[in-house]
Write a protein that binds this ligand. Structure first.
Ligand code: FDA
Length: 384
């Protein structure tokens, strides 16, 4: 069968690219090895899909080329996607920090995208293996179909048990495109035996400013039996490299708070002051770790400042991440060097495009990754 475009991967990026191209009149074939389209959309945002973020800006994305995402994000914005959601009558709400979720279910977003594909007469073939890709006389052949345009929209390898794979990189390499080494991102970090006491308080969560290098995020952190998680940790994990430290500011105004506690309860020990500032179990672990023996009233300013320093810069040396099995996204991927930022077409291979998570553009936690899938999908969909 002959098509104008074949799109590989019926995730968020592939579905919106297919709908966009189909509605513009292209004959589009959308292929996926999964038995359902948009599986990651279905499980996203706890089943309610955090489908975009009102604060989307190019600065919220990591890439070797921080300018690459600008064009697509500015031509199909968070407001454009929200308008689509509203045209389909899907009720939504803002949860926190600009994060928009469906009131009902993520299934509504998949149904909306499938309806848009239907309007564009897109042919969707699920449970289909991609197999060998042929390329001759300006046409690509895949799974018995051929087209002058081929779009790689197969995402990254995070959550392999859902069918995620690194096939995007294999296809890109086969056509001579460079790959920025992929790594798990938005992923919990693991701690070693020296930090066993923190692993023993698994389930404790508190607001922190988490920092690695020059990057910091103010959100909750969660202690787990393997190490650190929670939104602030997932955010910094995308910037973390093996060997880097992660520090948590647990009490921003610790020097003042400790002096105030010393004035108010001079006969108490440090743990009593910490319990007022932090969850009980965390306060206990920190009091034991800091090991201040005497009563607060007998503690010097210098000693209080040492305690305050720990509360403002509790520093961890993570041993690693929980890997692709737990990573919400994959950072790195098909190098933006080889792609047009306007159309997502490979410069050296006319007709070949790459979009979504397969590309070396990775968003923060909070709807930014779907927005990249939508924006890059529309950019390619308009071009093919
Ligand atoms: P995506 O991975 O969605 O789609 C790729 C498609 O290609 C899949 O349908 C897959 O089956 C197919 N495919 C893969 N390998 C193939 C092969 N070998 N042969 C054929 N087909 C193949 N983001 C966000 O903004 N808000 C959120 O709420 C969440 N929540 C969230 C929760 C969880 C648990 C995860 C794992 C991820 C999120 N994300 C998120 C991230 C978001 O899901 C992700 O960035 C997008 O789905 C990326 O869209 P793509 O279309 O690029 O890839």
């Amino acid at each position: 069968m002959k098509y104008d475009a074949i799109i590989l991967g019926a995730g968020g990026a592939g579905l919106l690219a297919a709908a966009t191209a189909g509605q513009a009149g292209a004959r589009v074939l959308l292929l996926d090895h999964a038995d359902k389209a948009g599986k990651k959309i279905l499980i996203s945002g706890g089943g309610r899909c955090n489908f975009t973020n009102t604060a989307t800006e190019p600065e919220c994305y990591l890439s070797e080329n921080p300018h690459f995402a600008k064009s697509a994000l500015s031509r199909y914005t968070q407001w454009d996607f929200l308008a689509l959601v509203e045209r389909h009558g899907i009720a939504w709400h803002e949860k926190t920090l600009g994060q928009l979720f469906c009131d009902g279910s993520a299934r509504q977003i998949v149904a909306m995208l499938l309806e848009e594909c239907q309007r564009g007469a897109v042919e969707i073939r699920l449970s289909t293996q991609i197999g060998e890709i042929g390329h001759s006389d300006g046409r690509f052949t895949v799974a018995g179909a051929s087209a002058p345009r081929l779009v790689i929209a197969t995402g990254g390898p995070s959550i392999p048990k859902m069918g995620a794979s690194g096939i995007a990189y294999d296809i890109a390499r086969r056509f001579g495109l460079e790959i920025v080494t992929p790594r798990p991102a938005l992923v919990p970090l693991t701690l070693g035996p020296d930090d066993q006491a923190f692993k023993d308080i698994s389930g404790v969560s508190c607001p922190v400013t988490a920092q690695t290098g020059a990057t910091s995020f103010r959100e909750a952190a969660l202690f787990t039996h393997r190490g650190l998680s929670g939104p602030s940790i997932l955010q910094v994990s995308s910037y973390w490299s093996p060997g880097d430290t992660v520090s948590l500011s647990l009490v921003a105004d610790a020097p003042e708070r400790l002096r105030e506690a010393r004035r108010r309860m001079p006969r108490s020990h440090l743990k009593a002051a910490l319990v007022e500032l932090l969850p009980n179990r965390l306060a206990e672990v920190l009091a034991a770790r800091i090991g201040l023996g005497q009563e607060l009233g007998n503690t010097s300013d210098a000693e209080l400042d040492r305690v305050a320093e720990t509360l403002m810069h509790l520093t961890f040396h993570p041993t690693g991440t929980e890997g692709y099995a737990k990573a919400e996204v994959t950072a790195g991927g098909i190098s933006t060097k080889d792609l047009s930022s306007r159309t997502m077409e490979a410069r050296g291979v006319p007709g070949l495009y790459a979009i979504g998570e397969a590309v070396d553009v990775t968003g923060w936690l909070g709807g930014y990754n779907f927005q990249w899938a939508w924006s890059s999908g529309v950019a390619a969909g308009q071009a093919i």
